[in-house]
Design a protein around this ligand. Structure first.
Ligand SMILES: [Fe+2]
Ligand SMILES: [Fe+2]
Length: 175
């Protein structure tokens, strides 16, 4: 059972394994987005990005940066190892989403620092706040996918909708 190199169609990150992972370990996209690295094509340069898609991607970037910063603080102040690890994993996923959107927008990735103002210190309260954040993201991304005309933008917003829907289920189980 040897190692094979896979790449995620959504975030582009490489993964070594004998099988494709059930979810991308970087952006959380489900298995069907994993492909043999030989078949990967970078589609982040979208010609003639519409004004609407640009506007929605800019809003999405802001949202992902804020959510990553919130989760970073939630992880830092979690009193138990489980919540600490859960919020860390979520923060990394949202930071990966931010970096993907930057690749499409051709802007540098903003530095993400823990947001001490947004986070509530108590894990239960943070999971409840996370739930609301993820719900807002899902509503906005599914709307943005409908408003997009470019295949790549539709694909990215649809995948992000799916990933954040899985996050809702996670936070629902914890609050
Ligand atoms: Fe990915
Ligand atoms: Fe995200």
């Amino acid at each position: 059972m040897g190692l094979k190199l896979f790449r995620c169609r959504i975030c582009g990150d490489p993964y070594l394994g004998s099988e494709p992972p059930s979810f991308c370990p970087f952006c959380g996209a489900p298995e069907r987005y994993m492909q043999p690295a030989e078949e990967y094509v970078d589609r982040n340069t979208v010609p003639n990005l519409s004004a609407k898609s640009r506007e929605n991607l800019e809003k999405a970037l802001d949202l992902e940066v804020k959510n990553a910063a919130f989760y970073m603080c939630a992880s830092n102040c979690a009193p138990d190892a489980f919540s600490q690890a859960m919020f860390k994993a979520l923060s990394r996923t949202e930071a990966e989403h931010a970096s993907l959107i930057c690749k499409i927008l051709k802007v540098p990735k903003p530095e993400i620092k823990p947001d001490d103002k947004a986070c509530l210190k108590d894990p239960k309260a943070n999971f409840a706040a996370a739930h609301e954040r993820e719900q807002r993201a899902v509503a906005f991304y599914s709307q943005s996918a409908k408003e997009a005309t470019e295949d790549r933008v539709i694909e990215v917003f649809s995948a992000l909708t799916e990933v954040e829907t899985y996050h809702i289920a996670l936070s629902e189980a914890q609050r």
